[in-house]
Write a new protein. Structure first.
Length: 151
């Protein structure tokens, strides 16, 4: 059976206290990189939420039976893409394991490098996918607005 969480936390803290100044510096760099990605993902989630709220507020009145099917399809697909963007950003914010825990399990900062790099790559890919789906969704919103104005 696994180690108790109290023992794991104690071992993690002991490892942290044994680090050299170089290891602490390396850890700070990794923390800054993860924090930057997390801030960006949180900003995208906020933007997605605002777009969805605006869509629900202003476009709901235009979804009557007289609206063209193309408008409804494009608007629906765009809204779905905005939701996917928010979900993808949320996955970038998901914490599988704390950095200090990863270091403790790996044996040291240098040994944890591979794990950190993998986590950073995952967060970066999730963030990039979120931006991509957001941009496609915004394009769909623009197209649906043009369809509405052309009517």
């Amino acid at each position: 059976m696994g180690e108790s969480s109290e023992k794991a936390a104690t071992r993690e803290w002991e490892k942290f206290r044994e680090w050299t100044e170089k290891e602490h510096g390396t850890f700070r760099v990794w923390m800054q990189q993860f924090e930057a990605l997390d801030r960006k993902a949180a900003a995208i989630i906020t933007l997605d939420g605002m777009l969805l709220a605006l869509t629900a507020t202003f476009v709901g009145t235009y979804l009557g039976p007289t609206m063209p099917v193309l408008f409804k399809v494009v608007l629906g697909a765009s809204t779905g893409l905005i939701l996917i963007s928010a979900g993808t950003s949320a996955s970038a914010l998901w914490v599988n394991r704390w950095l200090t825990e990863t270091i403790g399990l790996s044996g040291g900062v240098d040994e944890a490098f591979v794990h950190f790099r993998g986590s950073r790559s995952w967060k970066t890919r999730s963030f990039q996918a979120s931006i991509g789906t957001l941009m496609i969704g915004l394009t769909g919103y623009a197209v649906s607005t043009l369809v509405l104005l052309a009517r």
